[in-house]
Design a protein around this ligand. Structure first.
Ligand code: KDG
Ligand code: MG
Length: 408
């Protein structure tokens, strides 16, 4: 019998950088001189994960065998005693992703090959068209279509509201973490529910039916409001309607599901299989949006996707700008290898971010391709990263027009 070679971990370092926005990256090094990267960015709470990793996780990794990915995952999850939660699971995700990166580099193959090989030629993605007005949003959607996107998310300003989720000045990326203290926005569900069906009616008239359209309600509705929106959008055949309600109560999706055939997506804030077990097993959703970066890494996200596959639920990984290129690369290897991949979110990063994280993945004709470099195919330029120190940034908060706090 051949003896398995162990690969002791010699260092685990946390790199915090802000090339336009904050990113937290874990770099794990081995005795063989190889290293792997994991994204540990938790938008608006970055330093909590950085501390969790540097102060609590990193010391306990030194000397462990980098090849024992599952055992290390269980060690960090069960061994902490305190389970789940976004900080813990983002930290575990970073370790897990870095270890998969190392294993694939050691094997000399792109990660998707280790995960079972490609199930498709590329990873179809959706882009983000947004505008202050309905007209501006539709003209942005045309621009995305011209760039080759075959699926586009539409978010538009709501008449009577000063600002709306998803609408940004910069048209290639939406960057909500905008203040050294939380910006306070004002929200009206009734204004939003009146405006949104009009947006999609106009979009279908202008763009036709070939293109897939998506929308994100960003957790702002009650179940019955979500049911109403789903019904009102049915004539426009959305690819998915995302995050209608805050999904703390998974059973609340029963009510939405009972009333609408608009496909439902949820899960970008989920951090474990327990957040979506009921949603999946009762077939209350169509797409699960949990990400490699926030839901325990490749190992745990695979568990979620395997469960989802049993119930005809497809994946739709979160891919906003606050998920670093390390996370994006990991998502692409995962997407390529899973039989029940649905659609991948893709919001471009700034040139500064791309320079700090040189990567092999490429966009072409509506899809992303992870490339064939060993591992994830993404690196970090540490010298450049050091030129962009951390800047405190918060996500906005939301109040109803009468001042009541509500979901952002
Ligand atoms: O950090 C929060 C953002 O990632 C989130 O607001 C983006 O909802 C989002 C999406 O669908 O990309
Ligand atoms: Mg979303």
């Amino acid at each position: 019998m051949s003896k398995t070679r162990t690969l002791p971990i010699t260092a685990a370092r946390v790199i915090v950088t802000c090339p336009g926005r904050n990113f937290v990256t874990l770099k794990i090094e081995t005795a063989a001189g190889s290293y792997g990267l994991g994204d540990a960015t938790l938008n608006g709470r970055e330093l909590a994960v950085a501390s969790y990793l540097a102060d609590h996780v990193a010391p306990s990794l030194i000397g462990r065998d980098a090849h024992q990915i599952e055992d290390i995952w269980q060690f960090l999850y069960r061994g902490a005693y305190w389970r789940r939660g976004p900080v813990t699971m983002s930290a575990i995700a970073a370790v897990d992703t870095a270890l998969w990166d190392i294993k694939a580099k050691e094997a000399g193959m792109p990660l998707y090959q280790l995960l079972g090989g490609a199930c498709r030629s590329g990873v179809r993605v959706y882009g983000h068209a947004n505008g202050e007005t309905l007209e501006e949003t539709i003209s942005e959607a045309r621009r995305y279509r011209d760039m080759g996107y075959t699926a586009i998310r539409l978010q538009s300003g709501v008449p009577g509201l000063a600002s709306t989720y998803g609408v940004s000045r910069d048209k290639m990326f939406y960057e909500p973490a905008d203040g050294g203290l939380p910006t306070e926005n004002t929200w009206s569900t009734s204004k939003y529910l009146a405006a949104t069906p009009r947006l999609f009616e106009a979009a279908r008239a202008a763009l036709g039916w070939e293109i897939d359209l998506l929308h994100d309600a960003h957790h702002r509705l009650t179940p019955i409001e979500a049911a109403r929106l789903g019904q009102d959008l049915e004539p426009y055949r959305l690819f998915w309607l995302e995050d209608t309600v805050a999904a703390d109560n998974q059973a609340s999706f029963r009510l939405i599901r009972r009333h609408t055939t608009t496909p439902l997506a949820v899960g970008e804030v989920f951090n474990s299989i327990w957040d979506c077990k009921q949603l999946i097993e009762e077939q209350l959703i169509d797409y699960i949006r949990a990400s490699v970066g926030h839901a325990g890494g490749i190992s745990h996200l695979r568990r979620i996707a395997v469960l989802a596959d049993l119930y005809d639920v497809k994946t739709g990984c979160h891919g906003a700008t606050d998920l670093s290129p390390v996370c994006m690369a990991a998502a692409l290897h995962f997407d390529l290898s899973m039989p029940n991949f649905g659609l991948q979110e893709y919001m471009c990063h700034t040139q500064e971010t791309d320079a700090v994280f040189p990567h092999a993945y490429r966009f072409s004709a509506g899809s992303l391709y992870p490339g064939d470099e060993p591992g994830l195919g993404v690196d970090i330029d540490e010298a450049l990263a050091a030129q962009y120190p951390y800047r405190r940034a918060y996500l906005p908060v939301n109040r109803l027009e009468d001042g009541t706090m509500t979901n952002w």
